[in-house]
Write a protein that binds this ligand. Structure first.
Ligand code: NAI
Ligand code: 15L
Length: 268
């Protein structure tokens, strides 16, 4: 049977807030979890992924998990280690112990951020391209994908790792025209990832059907995802303001954009 009760971790965040609004329209009852209180949701579980007891209780009885919680930008390694690496491990251990079979993991294109973006007639970047994380943050997403594969092979648990591009209400940069995932398409993709059969561990890119798309959506489409949106209507204004991407600028030439060129964040 299709999952109905879904634990949404990271429910207070930007994407969590969008998905809280949109996923119920696809038929889900959401149980919310976040480090911070979730506005307008007094029943949300307010806990840290580091709290194994709380995580175990949170997953108990749900049909599936949409795992968004964690640090969503570059940060000192110790913080990434705690929230994204140990936190995701704690969640999978709890899911294993409680028999929750399906997780949708918010990976990121920053797991492959150093990859050169296609130019001209170059083929789209496939899911199988070697991982080249652009940050400690991207490394933690790479770890999450491996963790998902491990729990699949060892315990038969299923995950769709979604290498999300940029999921915001509107694209705000020329680069985002290529990687944008509209919130409505994000909900469609998560729905497909929750309901497709026999996904094993499947890695997909998460974007809308953008005219300027950089990566291959075929594994996402194979789940039943049919994107409805395209960033192109935003292109004229963004290009007028910011100019086209300059292939000579590394922040424009690689998938990860400025994550590739931002100065590293050292231990604090
Ligand atoms: P966000 O930073 O707005 O939200 C993350 C949420 O996770 C926050 O509410 C935070 O309180 C919670 N959180 C952090 N550490 C936690 C912990 N130890 N225990 C419990 N909760 C914790 O990020 P956003 O944009 O909503 O992204 C959600 C997820 O999607 C993240 O995993 C991010 O890496 C991933 N992602 C998002 C993209 C986007 O375009 N929004 C692009 C690629 C990946
Ligand atoms: C991400 O992985 C971040 O979580 C999000 O906040 C954006 O920065 C996005 O990538 C991006 O590259 O635009």
């Amino acid at each position: 049977p299709a999952p109905r009760t879904v634990l949404l971790t990271g429910a207070a965040g930007g994407l969590g807030t969008l998905m809280r609004e949109l996923l119920p329209d696809h038929g889900y009852d959401l149980r919310l979890f976040d480090l911070r209180p979730v506005e307008g949701a007094p029943d949300a579980i307010v806990a840290d992924l580091a709290d194994k007891e709380a995580v175990r209780e949170a997953v108990r009885g749900v049909d599936a998990i949409v795992h968004l919680a964690g640090i969503s930008l570059e940060a000192p390694f110790e913080k990434i280690l705690k929230a994204n690496i140990e936190g995701t491990y704690n969640l999978y251990e709890a899911a294993r112990a409680e028999g929750v079979r399906r997780t949708v993991f918010a990976s990121s294109h920053h797991a492959v951020g150093y990859t050169l973006r296609p130019q001209g007639d170059d083929p789209l970047i496939p899911v199988g391209t070697p991982r080249r994380p652009d940050t400690f943050y991207g490394l933690s997403k790479s770890f999450g994908e491996d963790l998902a594969q491990f729990y699949r092979d060892k315990y038969g648990m299923e995950t769709v790792s979604v290498r999300i591009g940029s999921c915001f209400p509107e694209p705000t940069s020329v680069r985002m025209l290529s990687v944008w995932l509209s919130p409505a398409d994000g909900a469609r993709l998560f729905h497909a990832a929750l309901t497709a059969e026999d996904v094993g561990h499947t890695v997909v890119y998460g974007s809308s059907a953008n005219t300027r798309l950089w990566w291959d959506l075929s594994t996402a489409r194979a789940l039943g995802y049919e994107p409805q949106d395209d960033s192109e209507p935003y292109a004229a204004q963004l290009v007028a303001e910011q100019g086209e991407l300059d292939p000579g600028n590394p922040a424009h030439a690689r998938l990860g954009g400025h994550f590739v060129t931002d100065p590293p964040i050292w231990p604090y």
